[in-house]
Design a binder for this molecule. Structure first.
Ligand SMILES: Cc1cc2nc3c(=O)[nH]c(=O)nc-3n(C[C@H](O)[C@H](O)[C@H](O)COP(=O)(O)OP(=O)(O)OC[C@H]3O[C@@H](n4cnc5c(N)ncnc54)[C@H](O)[C@@H]3O)c2cc1C
Length: 508
C-alpha cells in the first residue's frame, strides 16, 4: 500500500506542518500523509504521545497521563481511524468495571459495569429512586452518539462546516436541542435528586475526570456522552503493552505514508503572511540550531493558550480576548509507583476512584483516580505491578510556591498514605516512586502552565460554544483537547479527523 501512496505525492502537493506529536497531531498527520499530503511533524519532547506517552524506570513502564482508551470498538473513533490507515488495532482488554468508585467511608465501591443491565442494577441499588434521571441521560446519549457518528463539524465556522453540521442533523437530534443550555446539576434538580449526596458526589467525581468540572457546571449533552461510553457496545479499554502503543503505531503509519516526524524539535513561532501561516520557526533542542520551515498549512496540536503564544501579536484581537477570558483549567499531580504484586488486593479492578472527605475538594489528593497494571500487560516485570494515581490540582499553587521540592514531597507522602488504605504499600512492597506535577507536565508536554484536559466542558465552552479546529486564520488549524469534542485520546482523534476533512475540502 505505501509505495502506491508515495507515488501520488509530489512537490506540488500541499505541505502540512504539524506542531506537536500528541495523539491529536499524530492522528491528523497520519491521515493527511495517507491522503497524499507532504507532512512533517515537529515534537519538542524526545518521545511522541504527549499526555498519552510513557516513561520507563527499573523495568516498569508508566503511562504518564492517559491510562484508558475509549473508541476501540467497531464504529468507535480509533477503530475508524485505524481502519482508514489500514492499521491493525492495538490489542486491548475491556475494562469491566470501567471504574470502581469509593465514596468517603465506604468499603464497597460503586462499580460502573460495562454491561448495560448490570450497570442499571448497580445504580438502582446504589442510588434508589434515580432511574428516571439515568433513563434521560441514556436517551440523550443515544441521540448524541448517533449525531456524532455522522461526523458533524462543531462549532461551524464557514459554509462547508455548516453544511456538514446540517447533514448530520436528524429529527432525533432536535430532541436534544432543549437540553443544550442545561447542566447535569439542573437535570438532577428537575428529578428532585439534587439533594442526594451520594449520587451528586458520584457524578461530580466522574464528570471531573471527563470535563474538568462537576455536575453543577458540566453541560448536560456533553455529560450524557461522557458517562454513556463506559457501557457496551462502547466501552473503555486497557491497552496491552502501554499507552505508548497508540502513538508509536501512528508514527509508524506517518513514516510508511512518506511523512516525517522530528522529535526534540521545538516550534517557537508561527509566521503569518496575508493572515495565512507561511513559516514556522523550529529549534533543534540538542544543537540549538534554528530555521524557518515553509508551510502551506499548519496544524497546531497545542493548547489554545500555546497557540496564541506561538502567534504573538499576529493573534486576532477577538480570538485573544476569548482565550484571555477562559477559566483556568486544572493541572494534575500524579504519583507513579512500581510495586510487588503483594501490594495489590485480589480482584483489584484496573481503574478506581477514591474520595476521602465529602467536605474537601475534588482534587488536591482528596480524590484520586488510580490505574493498576494487569499481570502480563507489559507494564511491569513478572510478580510486580504499576500503580498510577492522579489528582486535579491548582496550577497556580505550583507556579508560585516557594519550596517546590517540599510541596512535591508533601503531596507524594499524602497520596501514598491515602492509597495505603486500599493497597498494601508497606515500604518493602514499594520498588519505585516518582511524582509529576503541573511543572512536570509544562516541561515534558509544553502545555501552558502545565494545565491538562482542555478548556472544560461548561455551557460556555462545550460543543457549539467551544473553540473550533478552524481558526480565524485560513490554513491554520487547532487540534487537541481544547477543541470539540474535548479531552481524551478518542476526543482528540475526532478533532484531528475534522481538521483533516476541512483541509481536504479546502484543497479539492
Ligand atoms: C493525569 C491524566 C490522566 C488522563 N487520563 C486519561 C485517560 O485515562 N483516558 C484518556 O483518553 N485521556 C486521559 N487523559 C487526557 C488525555 O491524555 C489528553 O486529553 C490527550 O492525550 C491530549 O492529547 P493532545 O493531542 O491534545 O495533545 P498533548 O498530549 O498535549 O500533546 C501535545 C504534544 O505537542 C508537543 N508540543 C507542544 N508545544 C510544542 C511546540 N511548540 N513545539 C513542538 N512540540 C510541541 C508536546 O510536547 C506534546 O507531545 C489524561 C490526562 C492526564 C494529564
Amino acid at each position: 500500500m505505501a509505495p502506491l501512496i508515495r507515488s501520488r505525492r509530489s512537490q506540488t502537493q500541499p505541505k502540512v506542518l504539524v506542531i506537536g506529536a500528541g495523539i491529536g497531531g499524530l492522528t491528523a498527520a497520519a491521515l493527511l500523509a495517507k491522503r497524499g499530503y507532504r507532512v512533517c511533524v515537529f515534537e519538542q519532547a524526545l518521545v511522541p504521545g504527549g499526555c498519552a506517552s510513557t516513561f520507563r524506570r527499573q523495568g516498569f513502564t508508566f503511562d504518564v497521563g492517559a491510562t484508558q482508551v475509549a473508541g476501540l470498538e467497531p464504529g468507535g473513533i480509533h477503530h475508524h481511524i485505524f481502519s482508514e490507515l489500514g492499521l491493525e488495532l492495538p490489542a486491548a482488554e475491556e475494562c469491566d468495571p470501567a471504574c470502581a468508585v469509593f465514596l468517603p467511608g465506604e468499603t464497597t465501591p460503586i462499580n460502573v459495569w460495562r454491561d448495560p443491565q448490570q450497570w442499571q442494577s448497580e445504580r438502582q441499588q446504589q442510588f434508589p429512586g434515580s432511574e428516571p434521571f439515568w433513563q434521560k441521560l441514556s436517551e440523550l446519549f443515544n441521540y448524541s452518539w448517533r449525531f456524532q457518528a455522522r461526523q458533524p463539524v462543531l462549532p461551524p465556522r464557514n459554509l462547508w462546516d455548516g453544511w456538514q453540521l446540517g447533514n448530520s442533523l436528524r429529527p432525533d437530534t432536535l430532541l436534544t436541542v432543549p437540553y443544550t443550555f442545561s447542566t447535569v446539576g439542573q437535570l438532577l434538580k428537575g428529578y428532585g435528586l439534587y439533594g442526594n449526596r451520594r449520587l451528586k458526589t458520584f457524578l461530580d467525581l466522574q464528570l471531573k475526570l471527563y470535563s474538568q468540572v462537576g455536575a453543577d457546571e458540566t453541560a448536560l449533552l456533553y455529560a450524557a456522552t461522557a458517562l454513556g461510553v463506559s457501557q457496551a457496545p462502547q466501552g473503555l479499554f486497557h491497552l496491552q503493552g502501554s499507552m505508548q502503543v497508540l502513538s508509536n503505531t501512528l508514527v509508524k503509519a506517518i513514516k510508511q505514508f512518506g511523512g516525517q516526524v522530528f522529535l526534540g524539535h521545538t516550534v517557537e513561532q508561527i509566521q503569518m503572511e496575508d493572515n495565512r501561516p507561511r513559516f514556522v520557526q523550529v529549534r533543534h533542542r540538542k544543537t540549538d540550531e534554528t530555521w524557518l520551515e515553509p508551510a502551506d498549512h499548519v496544524v497546531a496540536n497545542v493548547t489554545v493558550q500555546n497557540l496564541t503564544a506561538l502567534l504573538g501579536e499576529q493573534t486576532p484581537a477577538g480570538y485573544q480576548r476569548r482565550v484571555d477570558k477562559l477559566i483556568p483549567s486544572s493541572g494534575a499531580f500524579v504519583v507513579y509507583i512500581g510495586v510487588d504484586q503483594a501490594a495489590i488486593p485480589e480482584d483489584c479492578p484496573p481503574h478506581l476512584q477514591f474520595l476521602y472527605d465529602y467536605e474537601g475538594p475534588i482534587g488536591e489528593n482528596n480524590s484520586l483516580f488510580v490505574s493498576v497494571s494487569r499481570p502480563g500487560d507489559g507494564r511491569a516485570p513478572a510478580g510486580k505491578a504499576t500503580i498510577v494515581a492522579s489528582s486535579f490540582t491548582d496550577v497556580q499553587a505550583w507556579q508560585k510556591c516557594d519550596d517546590y521540592g517540599a510541596l512535591k514531597a508533601e503531596y507524594e507522602r499524602d497520596a501514598i498514605a491515602k492509597l495505603n488504605q486500599y493497597f498494601n504499600l508497606d515500604p518493602q512492597h514499594i520498588i519505585h516512586v516518582e511524582s509529576g506535577t503541573p511543572r512536570t507536565f509544562a516541561r515534558y508536554t509544553a502545555r501552558h502552565q502545565g494545565m491538562v484536559g482542555g478548556i472544560g466542558q461548561r455551557l460556555s465552552t462545550f460543543g457549539p460554544f467551544g473553540f473550533a479546529t478552524r481558526t480565524p486564520m485560513p490554513k491554520l488549524w487547532l487540534v487537541g483537547d481544547c477543541v470539540h469534542p474535548g479531552e481524551g485520546t478518542a476526543g482528540v482523534s475526532y478533532g484531528a479527523l475534522t481538521a483533516v476533512r476541512q483541509i481536504d475540502a479546502m484543497e479539492k
